[in-house]
Ligand binder design. Structure first.
Ligand code: TMP
Length: 211
Protein backbone atom coordinates (compact mmCIF):
# COMPACT_ATOMS: atom_id res chain seq x y z
CA UNK A 1 0.00 0.00 0.00
CA UNK A 2 1.14 3.51 -0.84
CA UNK A 3 2.50 5.46 2.16
CA UNK A 4 1.29 8.87 3.31
CA UNK A 5 3.11 12.17 2.94
CA UNK A 6 3.01 14.61 5.88
CA UNK A 7 4.64 18.04 5.86
CA UNK A 8 5.42 20.50 8.65
CA UNK A 9 5.32 24.24 8.04
CA UNK A 10 5.35 27.57 9.82
CA UNK A 11 7.45 30.62 10.55
CA UNK A 12 10.77 30.23 12.38
CA UNK A 13 10.81 29.10 16.00
CA UNK A 14 7.47 27.25 15.95
CA UNK A 15 8.91 23.94 17.17
CA UNK A 16 8.72 21.99 13.90
CA UNK A 17 11.86 19.96 14.52
CA UNK A 18 10.91 18.85 18.04
CA UNK A 19 7.42 17.89 16.92
CA UNK A 20 8.70 16.11 13.85
CA UNK A 21 10.41 13.65 16.19
CA UNK A 22 7.18 13.36 18.18
CA UNK A 23 5.18 12.51 15.04
CA UNK A 24 7.84 9.99 14.03
CA UNK A 25 7.64 8.20 17.44
CA UNK A 26 3.85 8.21 17.33
CA UNK A 27 3.76 6.59 13.88
CA UNK A 28 6.56 4.13 14.62
CA UNK A 29 4.60 3.01 17.70
CA UNK A 30 1.73 2.15 15.32
CA UNK A 31 4.10 -0.07 13.33
CA UNK A 32 4.48 2.40 10.46
CA UNK A 33 7.77 2.65 8.60
CA UNK A 34 8.75 6.33 8.61
CA UNK A 35 11.21 8.38 6.55
CA UNK A 36 12.20 11.77 7.95
CA UNK A 37 13.38 14.45 5.58
CA UNK A 38 13.53 18.19 5.02
CA UNK A 39 13.46 20.99 2.47
CA UNK A 40 15.41 22.54 1.06
CA UNK A 41 17.52 19.38 1.24
CA UNK A 42 16.72 15.73 1.80
CA UNK A 43 19.17 14.36 -0.80
CA UNK A 44 22.90 14.95 -1.38
CA UNK A 45 22.08 17.32 -4.24
CA UNK A 46 19.30 19.00 -2.27
CA UNK A 47 21.57 19.53 0.74
CA UNK A 48 24.21 21.10 -1.53
CA UNK A 49 21.54 23.45 -2.92
CA UNK A 50 20.41 24.17 0.67
CA UNK A 51 23.90 25.34 1.55
CA UNK A 52 23.70 27.88 -1.29
CA UNK A 53 20.18 29.00 -0.36
CA UNK A 54 20.92 29.56 3.34
CA UNK A 55 24.38 31.11 2.90
CA UNK A 56 24.02 34.63 4.22
CA UNK A 57 27.02 35.82 2.22
CA UNK A 58 24.83 35.45 -0.90
CA UNK A 59 22.83 38.59 -0.22
CA UNK A 60 22.80 39.29 -3.98
CA UNK A 61 20.61 36.24 -4.74
CA UNK A 62 17.69 37.37 -6.90
CA UNK A 63 14.14 36.18 -6.19
CA UNK A 64 13.88 34.05 -9.34
CA UNK A 65 17.16 32.25 -8.61
CA UNK A 66 15.94 31.56 -5.08
CA UNK A 67 12.62 30.23 -6.40
CA UNK A 68 14.23 27.98 -9.01
CA UNK A 69 16.81 26.62 -6.57
CA UNK A 70 13.99 25.66 -4.18
CA UNK A 71 12.27 23.76 -6.97
CA UNK A 72 15.52 22.23 -8.27
CA UNK A 73 16.16 20.75 -4.83
CA UNK A 74 12.50 19.68 -4.63
CA UNK A 75 12.51 17.93 -8.03
CA UNK A 76 15.47 15.82 -6.92
CA UNK A 77 13.89 15.20 -3.51
CA UNK A 78 10.60 13.96 -4.97
CA UNK A 79 12.23 11.71 -7.58
CA UNK A 80 15.06 10.29 -5.52
CA UNK A 81 13.53 10.02 -2.08
CA UNK A 82 9.87 10.88 -1.50
CA UNK A 83 8.12 8.94 -4.28
CA UNK A 84 10.21 5.75 -3.93
CA UNK A 85 9.58 5.72 -0.16
CA UNK A 86 5.81 6.22 -0.60
CA UNK A 87 5.72 3.51 -3.26
CA UNK A 88 7.42 1.16 -0.78
CA UNK A 89 4.59 1.83 1.70
CA UNK A 90 6.63 4.09 3.96
CA UNK A 91 5.28 7.31 5.40
CA UNK A 92 7.34 10.40 4.63
CA UNK A 93 7.47 13.35 7.02
CA UNK A 94 9.12 16.43 5.59
CA UNK A 95 10.20 19.51 7.52
CA UNK A 96 8.79 21.97 4.92
CA UNK A 97 7.68 21.51 1.31
CA UNK A 98 5.97 23.60 -1.38
CA UNK A 99 3.74 25.56 1.02
CA UNK A 100 6.98 27.21 2.17
CA UNK A 101 7.62 28.41 -1.38
CA UNK A 102 4.20 30.07 -1.52
CA UNK A 103 4.76 31.63 1.90
CA UNK A 104 8.41 32.77 1.61
CA UNK A 105 9.01 33.35 -2.11
CA UNK A 106 5.37 34.26 -2.86
CA UNK A 107 3.94 36.02 0.18
CA UNK A 108 7.13 37.49 1.60
CA UNK A 109 9.40 38.09 -1.42
CA UNK A 110 6.47 39.01 -3.65
CA UNK A 111 7.05 36.51 -6.49
CA UNK A 112 3.89 36.15 -8.59
CA UNK A 113 1.79 33.28 -7.21
CA UNK A 114 0.76 32.23 -10.73
CA UNK A 115 4.39 31.74 -11.59
CA UNK A 116 4.94 29.54 -8.53
CA UNK A 117 1.84 27.54 -9.40
CA UNK A 118 3.16 26.96 -12.93
CA UNK A 119 6.52 25.67 -11.72
CA UNK A 120 4.78 23.59 -9.07
CA UNK A 121 2.66 21.96 -11.76
CA UNK A 122 5.73 21.37 -13.93
CA UNK A 123 7.74 19.77 -11.12
CA UNK A 124 5.02 18.04 -9.09
CA UNK A 125 2.31 17.31 -11.66
CA UNK A 126 -0.37 17.37 -9.00
CA UNK A 127 1.70 15.61 -6.34
CA UNK A 128 0.74 17.05 -2.91
CA UNK A 129 1.15 16.18 0.77
CA UNK A 130 -1.74 14.22 2.32
CA UNK A 131 -1.59 16.34 5.47
CA UNK A 132 0.22 19.54 6.44
CA UNK A 133 0.68 20.76 10.00
CA UNK A 134 1.19 24.50 10.34
CA UNK A 135 2.94 25.55 13.54
CA UNK A 136 1.49 28.99 14.02
CA UNK A 137 2.66 31.54 16.56
CA UNK A 138 3.14 35.31 16.79
CA UNK A 139 6.19 36.24 14.73
CA UNK A 140 7.88 38.12 17.59
CA UNK A 141 7.65 35.04 19.80
CA UNK A 142 9.16 32.80 17.13
CA UNK A 143 11.99 35.24 16.44
CA UNK A 144 12.82 35.43 20.15
CA UNK A 145 12.98 31.61 20.30
CA UNK A 146 15.35 31.49 17.30
CA UNK A 147 17.56 34.14 18.85
CA UNK A 148 17.79 32.39 22.20
CA UNK A 149 18.48 29.04 20.47
CA UNK A 150 21.30 30.55 18.44
CA UNK A 151 22.76 32.14 21.58
CA UNK A 152 22.61 28.82 23.43
CA UNK A 153 24.00 26.65 20.64
CA UNK A 154 26.33 29.18 19.03
CA UNK A 155 24.57 28.40 15.73
CA UNK A 156 24.68 31.36 13.36
CA UNK A 157 21.54 32.90 11.88
CA UNK A 158 20.96 31.90 8.20
CA UNK A 159 20.01 34.04 5.15
CA UNK A 160 16.28 33.69 5.88
CA UNK A 161 16.45 33.99 9.67
CA UNK A 162 18.14 37.38 9.33
CA UNK A 163 15.02 38.84 7.65
CA UNK A 164 12.94 41.42 9.54
CA UNK A 165 9.65 40.93 11.36
CA UNK A 166 7.56 42.32 8.46
CA UNK A 167 8.90 39.55 6.19
CA UNK A 168 7.78 36.82 8.61
CA UNK A 169 4.39 38.47 9.12
CA UNK A 170 3.79 37.99 5.39
CA UNK A 171 5.01 34.39 5.60
CA UNK A 172 2.61 33.72 8.47
CA UNK A 173 -0.34 35.39 6.75
CA UNK A 174 0.23 33.36 3.57
CA UNK A 175 0.33 30.07 5.46
CA UNK A 176 -2.91 30.91 7.27
CA UNK A 177 -4.63 31.97 4.04
CA UNK A 178 -3.62 28.74 2.34
CA UNK A 179 -4.90 26.69 5.28
CA UNK A 180 -8.20 28.54 5.21
CA UNK A 181 -8.60 27.92 1.48
CA UNK A 182 -8.10 24.12 1.80
CA UNK A 183 -8.97 23.21 5.41
CA UNK A 184 -9.00 19.46 4.71
CA UNK A 185 -5.29 19.22 3.97
CA UNK A 186 -4.09 21.54 6.75
CA UNK A 187 -4.06 21.35 10.52
CA UNK A 188 -3.17 24.71 12.05
CA UNK A 189 -1.62 24.32 15.51
CA UNK A 190 -1.29 27.07 18.07
CA UNK A 191 2.46 26.73 18.64
CA UNK A 192 2.51 29.31 21.42
CA UNK A 193 0.87 26.72 23.72
CA UNK A 194 3.00 24.40 25.85
CA UNK A 195 4.75 21.56 24.03
CA UNK A 196 2.45 19.04 25.76
CA UNK A 197 -0.66 20.87 24.51
CA UNK A 198 0.68 21.09 20.96
CA UNK A 199 1.50 17.39 20.99
CA UNK A 200 -1.96 16.55 22.25
CA UNK A 201 -3.42 18.34 19.21
CA UNK A 202 -1.03 16.54 16.86
CA UNK A 203 -1.93 13.20 18.35
CA UNK A 204 -5.66 13.91 18.11
CA UNK A 205 -5.25 14.86 14.44
CA UNK A 206 -3.26 11.73 13.60
CA UNK A 207 -5.77 9.53 15.45
CA UNK A 208 -8.59 10.98 13.33
CA UNK A 209 -6.77 9.57 10.30
CA UNK A 210 -5.48 11.29 7.20
CA UNK A 211 -7.80 12.95 4.67
P1 TMP B 1 14.32 25.59 8.05
O1 TMP B 1 14.81 26.76 8.78
O2 TMP B 1 12.93 25.21 8.41
O3 TMP B 1 15.28 24.44 8.02
O4 TMP B 1 14.16 26.04 6.50
C1 TMP B 1 15.14 26.71 5.85
C2 TMP B 1 14.66 28.04 5.34
O5 TMP B 1 14.28 27.93 3.98
C3 TMP B 1 13.48 28.63 6.09
O6 TMP B 1 13.84 29.93 6.49
C4 TMP B 1 12.39 28.72 5.05
C5 TMP B 1 13.11 28.69 3.74
N1 TMP B 1 12.37 28.07 2.64
C6 TMP B 1 11.88 28.88 1.62
O7 TMP B 1 12.07 30.08 1.64
N2 TMP B 1 11.19 28.29 0.60
C7 TMP B 1 10.98 26.95 0.51
O8 TMP B 1 10.35 26.46 -0.43
C8 TMP B 1 11.50 26.12 1.59
C9 TMP B 1 11.29 24.64 1.55
C10 TMP B 1 12.18 26.72 2.63
Amino acid sequence: MQGQFITLEGTEGGGKSTNLRFIESFLVAQGIDVVITREPGGTDIGEAVRAILLNKDFSEMCDDAELLLMFAARAQHIQEKIKPALAAGKWVISDRFTDATYAYQGGARGVDIERIAQIEQWVQQGFQPNLTFIFDLPVKEGMARVLSRSQQTGQTIDRFEQEKQAFFEKVRTTYLERAKASPKRYEVLDASQSLAQVQQCIQARLRRGLP
